[in-house]
Design a protein around this ligand. Structure first.
Ligand SMILES: [Zn+2]
Length: 478
């Protein structure tokens, strides 16, 4: 690798800054050279106007969205109409999945990642399984969809860990057998885990890959989609690269039931036996766990990623966040199906859901929730040098207004509580990623009209392909 020249020196003066290592501090002078922070000086006092960029409000490290399926954004609203279950929702999701190609996915994902940047997200973990063409035919470049996602993140100015997802079977039958991929699922599949590993490796060996703002990761979709005997090649792929390994775990009771019937073990036990748990692992959802599952995850120091708005939207249930963190699992946050893209909302819901489930307040502090959304989330995505405001770290900053209708009147000492429990994505004013301004005054500087781009990309996706399946009418209205 050739050394790159250090980038320009920049200085910001944050009225208030909070970081996992420094806590809440006033008048914080943050200095960066290129993409790295070189100095952090609290109580810095007045600085020459022409020397510094002033950040009014509360500045935090950039937020890490540890679990995303970018194309689900097209379902927002549609799946809220009518009734249904997780499984009827999945049918709608498959229909959207059937409509995308590399060009339309690039447009949609760029818009979605731009929406994330506006919400203060500087890094996304994209749990990517939409690999192939309709009916499963490989594109000429079998990683064309993955490349589209990496390019989308670049265009939106955010970092990405592409969690290339192994997805081999259509589900677990009542008799315990793995069902074949069917319909849209054919797009998700590789012949076996060895074929998955070869394809996933090829993505990162091309010219210009991975690039400075993209990193590789692996995912086992779930015990529904990957038989236990096929897990070891995925585990080995991640281990050889020191890369993150993510997996959907026990999101639905039906998944646990089928797994017990098929394998005589819970999904967490299956993963443990396959060597999939550990500090590089993230169990997404972790909703319906036995006491021994909680122990397995905690003692292995596996991360857990909660996605509360999706878990509520899909009626998944409330996972044992408090028990998991007490057992040793670091907590991260994701927006998953993008029912909303608002990590502040996701973070506070972890605490609020715990209150509803337990009848008690005060499980996670604002600082613990903010750490989940910053340092821990980045670590789980393979970016340990991001998620803090400290010398040597990546210069990823998000500034939340303290003068919006939601945050006005915030006290200095409780500014973080005001932001975590009261602010929304709409209160994000500025976002710096790698020392570069990406959002200023709530405007995306690289994607000029994020709303327009989202509308165009979603309309194109849902109206696409009139000839085959006609216009998207959505579910029957109640
Ligand atoms: Zn998911």
């Amino acid at each position: 690798m050739t050394a790159t020249a250090p980038g320009p020196t920049r200085l910001w003066l944050a009225e208030l800054a909070w970081s996992p290592s420094g806590g809440l501090r006033r008048d914080v002078l943050i200095e960066a050279s290129g993409e790295r922070i070189t100095a952090v000086t609290p109580e810095a006092g007045e600085q020459p106007q022409d020397r510094v960029t002033r950040l009014a409000g509360l500045t935090m490290p950039g937020l890490a969205n540890a679990h995303s399926h970018a194309f689900h954004r097209a379902l927002r609203g549609i799946t809220q109409a009518g009734r249904g279950t997780f499984w009827t929702w999945r049918e709608r999701m498959y229909e959207v999945a059937s409509r995308l190609d590399p060009d339309s996915y690039l447009e949609l994902a760029t818009a979605v990642y731009a929406e994330m940047a506006l919400a203060g997200i500087s890094c996304v973990g994209e749990f990517h399984y939409l690999h192939h063409g309709p009916d499963g035919t490989r594109y000429a470049d079998p990683n064309q969809m993955g490349r589209a996602l990496v390019e989308a993140a670049r265009r939106a100015g955010i970092r990405i860990t592409l969690l290339d997802t192994c997805y081999l079977s259509g589900g677990l039958a009542a008799d315990g057998s793995q069902e074949p991929l069917q319909g849209t699922q054919l797009r998700f599949g590789d012949a076996d885990a060895t074929a998955w590993a070869a394809r996933a490796a090829e993505l990162w060996s091309g010219p210009g890959m991975p690039g400075p703002d993209a990193r590789p990761g692996a995912a086992i979709h779930s015990v529904r989609a990957v038989p236990p005997g096929q897990m070891p090649p995925v585990v080995a792929w991640a281990r050889e690269r020191g890369a993150p390994l993510h997996v959907h775990l026990s999101e639905q009771v039906a998944e646990n039931r089928a797994c017990l019937a098929a394998h005589g073990r819970t999904p967490a036990q299956v993963l443990e036996d396959a060597g999939a748990l550990g500090p590089r692992a993230t169990a997404v959802h972790a909703t319906h766990l036995s006491a021994s599952d909680v122990r397995l995850l905690g003692e292995s120091r596996s991360h857990v990623c909660f996605c509360p708005t999706t878990e509520a939207d899909l009626a998944d249930g409330i996972g044992p966040a408090g028990a998991l963190t007490a057992a040793g699992s670091p907590l991260t946050i994701g927006s998953d199906s993008h029912a909303v893209i608002d990590l502040l909302e996701e973070a506070r819901r972890v605490e609020l859901d715990e209150r509803l489930a337990s009848g008690q307040r005060g499980h996670f502090s604002a600082a613990e929730l903010a750490t989940a959304a910053t340092a821990t989330g980045h670590a789980s995505l393979g970016w340990p040098e991001a998620g803090d405001i400290a010398p040597g770290g990546l210069a990823d900053l998000v500034t939340v207004a303290l003068d919006s209708p939601r945050t006005a009147g915030a006290g200095t000492a409780t500014a973080l509580e005001s932001v975590v429990f009261g602010a929304t994505a709409a209160d994000v004013r500025h976002v710096v990623i790698g020392g570069r301004d990406v959002v200023a005054d709530s405007r995306h500087l690289l994607v000029p009209d994020v709303s327009g781009k989202l509308a165009a990309a979603i309309t194109a996706t849902l109206d696409h392909d009139h000839g085959r399946s006609g216009h998207w009418d959505g579910p029957d209205l109640p």
